[in-house]
Ligand binder design. Sequence first.
Ligand code: TLP
Length: 359
Amino acid sequence: MTLLMKIIDLRSDTVTVPTPEMRRAMFEAEVGDDVYGEDPSVNQLETEAAALLGKEAALFVPTGTQGNQIAIMSHTSRGQEVIMEAESHVFYYEQGGIAVLSGCQTRPVPGVNGAMDPDRVEAAIRGENIHYPVTGLVCVENTHNRSGGCVVPMENLMAVAEVAHRHGVPVHMDGARVFNAAVAQGRPVAEVVAPVDSVMFCLSKGLAAPVGSMLVGSQAFIDRSRRARKLLGGGMRQAGILAAAGLVSIRSMVDRLAEDHENAQTLARGLNEIAGLRVDLATVQTNMIMFDIDDARWDAESLAGAMTRAGVVCNANGPRRVRLVTHKDVSAADVAEALDRTAQVVKAGPDGKAAGYMY
Ligand code: TLP
């Protein structure tokens, strides 16, 4: 007899698969050629996304990375400097796209749980001097991935945006998970993004659409962004097939993010009780957990590998740090099972065999 082990995939909320409602909407989607502006489903998604975020216009883009890079291209000119948090996705995970695509240089400012000190942002903004590059943009990230999904506090966002705007510098938000930030704070998403000029948010993460992100901002910004998207080869044709799922995401997948946040709390508390693992519970604010490994027998790669072989699929996020992400395809029962398996794996050690599990 073969016993099949359930795989609990906690690598990212990007692994969520579309809901039956999304698949139906995709099957039935009205479509047209979106490069001609004739796809009704894409147009509907862009209209609803702009309204939901309280901005003038929106653009459907294939990925979050492309959305961020288009935003930077649209806000800046070559040779300018872009200020961003030192652990942010645009700085850390986008292959230096800012230099390659926008011809700009980066000015990382260290943050605390993703929040930059507004005074340090102000100090980093260039003054008038013929030797200096011009500061073209400030980027913020909310929620902040590398701090474990922390919410950037509203007062901090407002203070950073106020400083930038006072110096005539626009602000872009990498809001890949901005709906998690909104739900965690119990605020409408429009309020969370009100201080910034443009926002990228992902449909394909916790909101569970198969593909796609949105870029939102002023009409003039979106007009420039539409040209930049075409330049990057991101002008899609009958993209309404994808936008139809995105519409389900923004209409009906937002409120349930609270469940992912509850599951993350349970997971974090459970992990903290496993000898040798440590979670800073104050940083568990949305759907991510970073845990640190104190047990000297393990490093992050070996433990993430052993957990993965035990069906708790996860990634290392540093030499002794592992990241886990909850999402709609992980239930409360899965969380309990993941904790049980993880406890067994850690206890058994890298050379041991945890009873019942193949690794
Ligand atoms: N993040 C992915 C990986 O790239 C790390 C993940 O699994 O978390 N901004 C933020 C804050 C992100 O976390 C991500 C994806 C992106 C942008 C890029 O989105 P995609 O993957 O759609 O290009």
